[in-house]
Design a binder for this molecule. Structure first.
Ligand code: ADP
Ligand code: MG
Length: 571
């Protein structure tokens, strides 16, 4: 600041913090180090909540849709930045807003082999809607406003801002800075009127209609209008995994338990904010009818027509377009009858599937199976819990067994199938819940493998004293594991380095001790009675983080042939 003329000076770090605050950013998650520690300190000084985490991927895997603004992640140069790429990709793939701020090496050392030097802006381009380095301190507020706006407008995604190390402590006079006002929330776009009438007449002629609710509907807060549409028109509906709860899972028109049948036989599909990607089997036979008429509703024009040529396209915000449909239906009332062959077929399938899961849930044999575990969880957790879930079977079976009654309260491995997201999501969800809905609990249900990716974030949970309940559904491995009582004998004839099955993890691992190591409560359970007791105790204790390590049958995957419901066909 020696060359500074009259007027107030501000450092690069201070400028980044103030600019974020001006854009209404509330939360910053990060791991500090050279050169960005000062940015975290400056963020706290302007009232941004800074949460220090343990691994950059977990940093970027945080909750996206409770606050109306993007969250910000702060990472160091080189390796820190590289670890965060997975999170940027995950956010962009899932269409949710994220801002990553990465420190980078000093400008005057570029190409000299500086500490942690890496072409970060170039590397960031593949994963972000915008990847930029401000050319001077003066433009930092303008660059931050553009990143925040770009992350939220259109199809949301991740944006990367590169801050050279020498910017952090450099000072400028405030009078030379290009300040920019807070960017408004995204403008709301609506569908063309003719497309709306076309959609309405297609729906009116449908014999076997199906409404598919995707997470775009959750992002656009369309729950009230979609609920009205379902009730008004009597349509069967099916949520995608993270759209569960937009309309409650116990709504009589929910056909989630007859998913395959509903997809396979629907003649008209109304697609509300979901891509026809792998999650929806590309909209193609044999999972869909060849002649299915798709009414596609999306905010992203480039998405329209992917894999299937839609019968009608409604480009716009889900909530606004749903309102347009409702208006049209108020002029041309339509109520799909509840006594059709289609409803009969769906209801029979639902009944059948529910009975099969129930039979499995009530099995008394030990070790427990997935269904028994989820049955007890469902009985004992509060209905308004925020559910975070990841793992293979743990996530897939958990999705069918654990209902959601509220929108935006289920988070999982998502479009990109990313494992390791759970603890980061849970931490962010718990922080936001603490500020906005303190009565809501966060329950994080992890496979043992999934838990391993970010297990050290348990320390973060305990440091911030977040009353998260982690349940590790432990089958000693990835998909399947070895039996705890005889695995050593099984391996004794070979060199452990070559004969341990690649899918197995250490049998009988006491993950609950990771929680007790940091002062939370850990439970190791093997029976339904122990599980119930641990669940009751941890649900009742609203102050303390806890982890229940539930030992289940490590071979349950083997039942695949005899019990086809354990296959991943319902993914
Ligand atoms: P799911 O995983 O539930 O199938 P996808 O992530 O495949 O959902 O699709 C979500 C879709 O929602 C994306 O195509 C995205 O463009 C769209 N979308 C996001 N926000 C909105 C919004 N506010 N209005 C309309 N569509 C949206
Ligand atoms: Mg496992």
């Amino acid at each position: 600041g020696a060359v500074m003329a009259a007027g107030e000076a501000v450092s690069g770090a201070g400028l980044v913090a103030e600019a974020l605050r001006a854009q209404n950013i509330e939360y910053m998650f990060g791991i500090v180090g050279i050169p960005i520690t000062e940015i975290a300190v400056a963020a706290q000084a302007v009232g941004i909540k800074y949460i220090g985490m343990r691994n950059e991927q977990a940093v970027t895997y945080f909750l996206f849709f409770l606050p109306s603004r993007p969250g910000v992640c702060l990472v160091v140069s080189g390796p820190g930045f590289l670890h965060a790429l997975g999170g940027m990709a995950n956010a962009t793939m899932n269409c949710w807003p994220l801002i990553v701020i990465g420190g980078s090496s000093d400008r005057n050392q570029e190409t000299m082999g500086a500490f942690q030097e890496f072409p970060q802006v170039e590397a960031g381009r593949l994963y972000n809607k915008l990847s930029v380095r401000p050319s001077s301190l003066e433009v930092i507020p303008a660059v931050i406003e553009k990143a925040v706006r770009t992350s939220m407008y259109g199809r949301p995604g991740s944006c990367y801002i590169d801050i050279p190390g020498d910017f952090v402590n450099l000072e400028v006079n405030k009078s030379s800075i290009k300040y920019v006002e807070c960017c408004p929330p995204p403008p709301i776009s609506m569908a063309e009127h003719s497309a709306v009438s076309k959609a309405v007449s297609i729906i009116a002629h449908a014999k076997q209609p199906l409404l598919i609710i995707g997470k775009g509907a959750a992002y656009s807060h369309a729950e009230n209008n979609i609920r009205k549409l379902v009730d008004l028109c009597g349509l069967p509906f099916l949520p995608t995994p993270m759209a569960k709860g937009v309309v409650p899972d116990n709504h009589p028109n929910c056909v989630a338990a007859a998913r395959s049948t509903a997809l396979q036989h629907a003649d008209v599909v109304i697609l509300l904010g979901a891509r026809l990607n792998w999650i929806l089997h590309f909209g193609l036979p044999p999972r869909f009818r060849q002649d299915v008429k798709v009414i596609q509703i999306d905010i992203c024009a480039e998405e329209l027509g992917n894999n299937v040529r839609p019968a009608a396209v409604l480009l716009g915000d889900i909530n606004a377009v749903t309102k347009q449909l409702l208006e049209e239906f108020s002029k041309r009332p339509l109520k799909y009858p509840s006594n059709t062959e289609w409803w009969k077929k769906l209801r029979e399938k639902i009944k059948n599937n529910e009975e099969r899961s129930k039979a499995l849930a009530l099995q008394k044999s030990l070790p427990m199976n997935y269904y028994t575990v989820f049955h007890h969880i469902r009985e004992l957790i509060p209905k308004d819990s925020i559910l975070v879930s990841e793992g293979a079977n743990t996530m897939d079976i958990g999705r069918t067994m654990l209902p959601n009654y509220y929108p935006r309260q289920r988070l999982d491995a998502g479009t990109f199938g990313t494992m390791g997201v759970g603890l980061g999501f849970a931490i962010a969800a718990a922080l936001v819940a603490k500020d906005r809905t303190p009565e809501k609990r966060v329950i994080c249900i992890e496979g043992d493998s999934a838990f391993g990716f970010s297990g050290m974030e348990v320390e973060t949970i305990c440091r911030y004293n977040l009353p998260i309940l982690i349940i590790v559904v432990n089958n000693n491995g990835i998909y399947t594991g070895l039996n705890a009582d005889n695995w050593k004998e099984m391996l004794q004839y070979g060199d452990p380095a070559t004969c341990v099955p690649p899918v197995s993890l250490l049998p009988n691992s006491h993950y609950e001790e990771i929680m007790s190591a940091f002062g939370g409560k850990g439970y190791f359970v093997k029976t339904p009675e122990e599980l119930q007791k641990a669940l009751k105790a941890s649900v009742a204790d609203k102050q303390t983080p806890s982890l229940i390590n539930v030992m289940i049958d490590p071979q349950s995957e083997r039942k695949k042939q005899e019990f086809p419901w354990l296959t991943r066909s319902n993914l």
